[in-house]
Design a protein around this ligand. Structure first.
Ligand code: 8DG
Length: 242
């Protein structure tokens, strides 16, 4: 009789409407592709304990399994993959075995090249993120220090919270961009904080749609020129004599 397949456990770490994906470096067939961090369950370990151990080893975080997705993926004749939903308890994920991690919103799940087997979990995760997104709130602040203070206060109070930089429609690159803190804290808690830190609660934000991952700001293609009377002259050395 064949032995039962070995269980591999992966973590869908969910925070403030996004899920973490990690990029593998080995074996070569998986290198450069994205997965749910985790690994094989060792004999005598529960799947949840195995996953929490792997997350401590691979990302340096304390994490807690909150449930299991319904799907199962057969990875090989002797390996099956299950994926748990996971909440971060302590620490920021810093990869030691992967070469990158990223947080993906529900609309961004297709933006990375997942290991084929993992795709079976994506519809469930998209649904989960959309459901959670409906319960999130967005505090908008103009000042980065204020935004970071709000973020710290919320996390300190045990809520999920992430910081992102907003770009308003029609905004010029030279303008200040407000900061947004996305959180699962109740509106009343967020309202108190935005009052204290000179921000506002964005009531209209379509939070059924999870926030997009923070995108790098586009760099200008060429240096900005300031129109001056001598603009036609070639620039001389700084402080140089004419
Ligand atoms: N961790 C993880 N492994 C996955 C995923 N999808 C997928 O096909 N796999 C495969 C890759 C590997 O063949 C296997 C898990 O191996 P692993 O290298 O992560 O396990 P491990 O940390 O226990 O490592 P080892 O003891 O075998 O060295 O499952 C996924 O989302 N997460």
């Amino acid at each position: 009789m064949d032995a039962a397949p070995r269980l591999v456990v992966g973590a869908a770490i969910v925070r403030a409407g996004r899920v973490l994906a990690a990029r593998r470096t080995s074996p070569s067939r998986h290198a450069g592709r994205w997965e749910f961090p985790g690994g094989k369950v060792e004999p005598g370990e529960t799947p949840a304990a195995a996953l929490e151990r792997e997350l401590a080893e691979e990302l340096g975080v304390e994490a807690e399994v909150t449930g299991w997705l319904a799907s199962t993926a057969t990875i090989a004749d002797d390996l099956v993959l299950r994926v748990a939903t996971v909440r971060l308890v302590d620490g920021e994920p810093v990869p030691t075995e992967h070469d990158a991690v990223t947080w993906l919103g529900g609309d961004d799940l297709d933006d990375v090249d997942w290991i084929d087997a993992d795709r079976v979990f994506l519809p469930e995760i998209a649904h989960l993120l959309a459901t959670l997104g409906a319960t999130l709130r967005r505090a908008v602040l103009f000042d980065e220090d204020d935004a970071r203070a709000v973020l710290a206060r919320l996390r300190n109070d045990g809520y999920d919270a992430v910081l992102e930089r907003e770009r308003l429609a029609g905004e010029d690159d030279e303008e200040d961009h407000p900061w947004a803190v996305i959180t699962d804290a109740p509106a009343v808690a967020v309202e108190l904080l935005v009052d204290a830190y000179d921000g506002w609660l964005d009531e209209d934000s379509p939070q059924t749609r999870p926030p997009a991952p923070a995108a790098p700001l586009p760099l200008p293609a060429a240096p900005k020129r300031i129109k001056r009377p001598d603009a036609g002259r070639p620039p001389g050395p700084v402080g140089g004599a004419d």
